[in-house]
Ligand binder design. Structure first.
Ligand code: PMP
Ligand code: GLN
Length: 393
């Protein structure tokens, strides 16, 4: 019998992602898109040239399932260089179709139906969908801005989220959408709970190179803490670090059994990901330190530019220590929810942002918060700031 919606029941709550909705709204209204996080300039020329050469050089058939050896070697060398992490390029790395596939394959490969996944809300939207597809259960712990605007979690709430069914902790730091960088003290607590409850950790570190110089602490991969290397799958991606979000080249590194679990699911989702892009990402990962610091400094300058514009427009701006994003509290400008506010913003002043409430299980926690992306050219940020001034006039 035909039902009105053929989609499986467990996926119906997900609708269309906020990024798709808001980017379509930006196109439809001709607005400046500070919603979906993608840069409007290309990444390093060496990487682009390497991709062209690979494409012309015949790298156009299936690469090996775990990724080409040069890319796996570049990933392990990068992780050693920046984070002092040691992994075996043959057995402890798998290349995926973006970080998104790595997260999905890891959750599906590690969670039985009914297993629990501790995560921090607001969270990147694919997490909830992947947990649901696996038949697992989310145990969200809420990040809330303190009087200084810095997001923190309550220790008791985190402790209560753990239990006998906890299978893994899913941690994103630097954190989208808040720009929070988890501190060593917070990571140490998370690590101790992983060990107490004998769970795995899945870390989404796609913004690993985007911690600004005024952040209170540097980025620390959870896998580098004592006792965590053997239970942590570390996920990253080329998209953010090399301004190529459309390439969808990501990876997971960790102990061989965890990487194998990802690989055994991944082989039936996409099998492999784009072969000519893999050697190019290998080149990018080997760029000198100056690329990575220059990239960060460029984003930091654009963050500062957007933050100044948002403050002038009348928003209360929360501090962003990393990522592509900054969150504002809209209550000084509007009593509406962030979702209503963002749906009207393009008509009111030709700018698109993303409501943060869609990234929560407890949506009321983020009702008054919206997110702007600053990974855009300076003239675009300035124009957006100019347009947003209309709000307080
Ligand atoms: N995780 C986070 C926290 C993100 O912000 C994004 C969006 N770029 C992803 C994962 C997805 O990464 P990819 O495009 O490599 O799948
Ligand atoms: N990661 C990007 C963001 O948070 C968007 C990714 C997507 O569109 N799925 O804006």
């Amino acid at each position: 019998m035909m039902t009105t919606d053929p989609l499986v029941e467990r996926m119906r709550a997900f609708g269309t992602t906020i990024f798709t909705e808001m980017s379509a709204l930006a196109v439809r209204t001709g607005s400046i898109n500070l919603g979906q996080g993608f840069p409007d300039t290309d990444g390093p020329p060496e990487m682009l040239e390497a991709a062209v050469a690979a494409l012309r050089g015949g790298a156009n058939q299936y690469p090996p399932l775990p990724g080409i050896p040069a890319l796996r070697a570049a990933i392990t060398a990068h992780d050693q260089r920046f984070w002092g992490l040691t992994r075996d390029a043959d057995s402890e790395v798998v290349v995926t179709a973006g970080a998104t596939e790595a997260v999905a394959a890891a959750i599906m490969g590690l969670c039985e139906a009914g297993d629990e996944v501790v995560c921090f809300e607001p969270y990147y939207d694919s997490y909830a969908a992947s947990v649901t597809l696996a038949g697992a259960v989310r145990r969200p712990v809420t990040l809330r801005p303190g009087p200084d605007g810095v997001y923190r979690f309550d220790e008791g709430e985190l402790r209560r989220a753990f239990g006998p069914r906890t299978r893994l902790v899913l941690l994103n730091s630097p954190h989208n959408p808040t720009g929070k960088v988890f501190t060593r003290e917070e990571l140490t607590l998370i690590a101790s709970l992983c060990q107490e409850y004998d769970t795995y950790a899945l870390t989404d570190e796609v913004y690993e190179h985007l911690v600004f110089t005024d952040a209170a602490e540097p980025h620390v991969p959870l896998a580098s803490l004592p006792g965590m290397a053997e239970r942590t799958l570390r996920i990253s991606s080329a998209g953010k670090t090399f301004s190529c979000t459309g390439w969808k080249v990501g990876w997971a590194t960790g102990p061989a059994p965890l990487v194998s679990a990802v690989q055994r699911v991944k082989q039936f989702l996409t099998f492999v990901s784009a072969s000519p892009l893999q050697p190019a990402v290998a080149v990018a990962l080997g760029l000198p330190d100056s690329y990575f610091t220059g990239f960060r400094d460029g984003l930091q300058a654009r963050r500062d530019r957007l933050v100044a514009g948002l403050s002038e427009a009348g928003f209360e701006v929360l501090p962003s220590s990393g990522t592509y994003f900054v969150t504002v509290d809209i209550r000084a400008l509007s009593p509406k929810s962030g979702a209503e506010f963002c749906r009207e913003l393009p008509e009111r002043c030709g700018v698109v942002a993303v409501p943060t409430e869609v990234f929560y299980d407890h949506q009321e926690e983020g009702r008054h918060l919206i997110r702007f992306a600053f990974c855009k050219r300076e003239e675009i940020i300035d124009e957006a700031a100019q347009r947003l001034r209309k709000l307080s006039r």
